[in-house]
Design a protein around this ligand. Sequence first.
Ligand code: ZN
Length: 165
Amino acid sequence: MGVNSINFYRQFQTDTDCYQYLSAIKWEDGYQCKKCDNTTFCRGKRPYSRRCNKCKYDESPTAGTMFDKLKFSLLLAFHIVFKISTKKKGMSSLALSQEFELRQKTCWEFKWKIQQAMASSRQKPLTGEVHVDEFLIGQYEEGKQGRSRDSNKRLVLLHLKSLTV
Ligand SMILES: [Zn+2]
């Protein structure tokens, strides 16, 4: 197991770890309500969700991302994305279903979402509006155009701004 794997498994051990992580990235530039643009919030009902003080819209860190409406836990989803993005040749939905004990169709659907997100992040670099969330882990971008090596040091980098998934 490489250093990336060790760090990843250490950082993400529970669903809460994942929600906390998504929340931190989603609102790293500050909170703004999607519905009314208000910038004050209180704690929402779900883990790490934020509830607008004005219109009461409750937004989960997963809303509008490929982690929305999952049929399995967020932690599992993180691990699947990690697995797929660190394997050079990717992983078949059959192999995923065996490893994570999920239905193959479920794996296929989630894998498709990941691929869409990755393809979109390649087409739309980190300038201006980022269309779909971007999930970079470990060596995913190694040898490719764009990001510096430093970005590889961040285990998981998600850009969730201006989402239109
Ligand atoms: Zn609002």
